[in-house]
Write a protein that binds this ligand. Sequence first.
Ligand code: AMP
Ligand code: TRP
Length: 338
Amino acid sequence: MNKKIFSGVQPTGNLHLGNYLGAIKNFVQLQNDKRNQCIYCVVDLHSITVKQDANILKKNIRETTAAFIASGLDPEKSIIFNQSAVTAHAEGAWILGCVSRMGWLSRMTQFKEKAGKDKEKASVGLYVYPVLMAADILLYDATHVPVGEDQKQHLELTKDIAQKFNNDFSVPNFFPSPEPIFELTAPRIMSLRDGAKKMSKSDSSDMSRINIQDDSDLIALKIRKSKTDQEPIPEELIDLEKRPEANNLINIYASMSHSKVEDVLRNFSGKPFSYFKPLLADILISELEPISKKISELLKEPDVIDKILNEGALSAKKISGPIIKSTYDILGLNTILE
Ligand code: AMP
Ligand code: TRP
């Protein structure tokens, strides 16, 4: 089946191994299947749900775009653009916000985590963040959405919003119900310091994550210092699952080497982590170093990046423009739009 793929990454700097393995690497794989239509968006409107410095945001939009391209996304094959360049996203978010229910949004765990203890002080944008995400997806009739496992709940909400719109306005199947695509081996990469926390841009400890642009020495150091336990690598999956930090490192290795976790265990069972860690560092360095170099090269030519984003936005408008127009029609709003 032809898949219509849509996904987004926030331009908040510090793209890390979780973003790479959980999302971007999958984007590239999906792009390379010619049957798919792929649209990848730098979701800058999502990033302003927490205050951003304008100059840094501008730099981060280019940097995230550069990371997409350096990882293998090709503007000839995929549409690559930034969200704010296509006004339909903000319009769609308003409309879908009017069919979304407060109760649905109050259950979103990402909001609860990001808002912290004092929810009254969180921005309204942060609260309705998942509605904008639903607009992103639904305005392109996306059928599949490659994301990390942390986005599962937002995808379920997107389905609910699509269904409610279709029901409320008696337009069955107007918005298709999108399915998430998770990376099989490593849908959730955990912190290198705490196997119970996901690897995240916002963790105060830089040692908790591998950033795509870390140099080789730093990657080797972070892996060497990563938390494990005293036990050697087990033989059986069931024994690994009880050990979150060990599990995370083995999953990262399996995902990077395109192998099954069982095969990694077979190769390394009985070996201590002091033996395994340098090999894990090597495999990370050999894949990330060329990407990091390419990002630095691309960033020397911001005009080239801006041109890619501009052309991507034009293509994106061609798809989302008619869909937002039909949405207006359905609601009875379209009077003077062409
Ligand atoms: P964000 O930076 O929050 O916009 O996330 C971009 C993409 O990376 C989304 O698809 C996330 O689900 C994914 N992602 C973020 N952190 C992780 C992680 N620790 N493990 C796997 N995927 C992740
Ligand atoms: N909410 C996603 C995240 O935090 C980013 C995102 C925004 C997204 N819009 C999207 C992902 C549309 C997939 C599809 O990672």
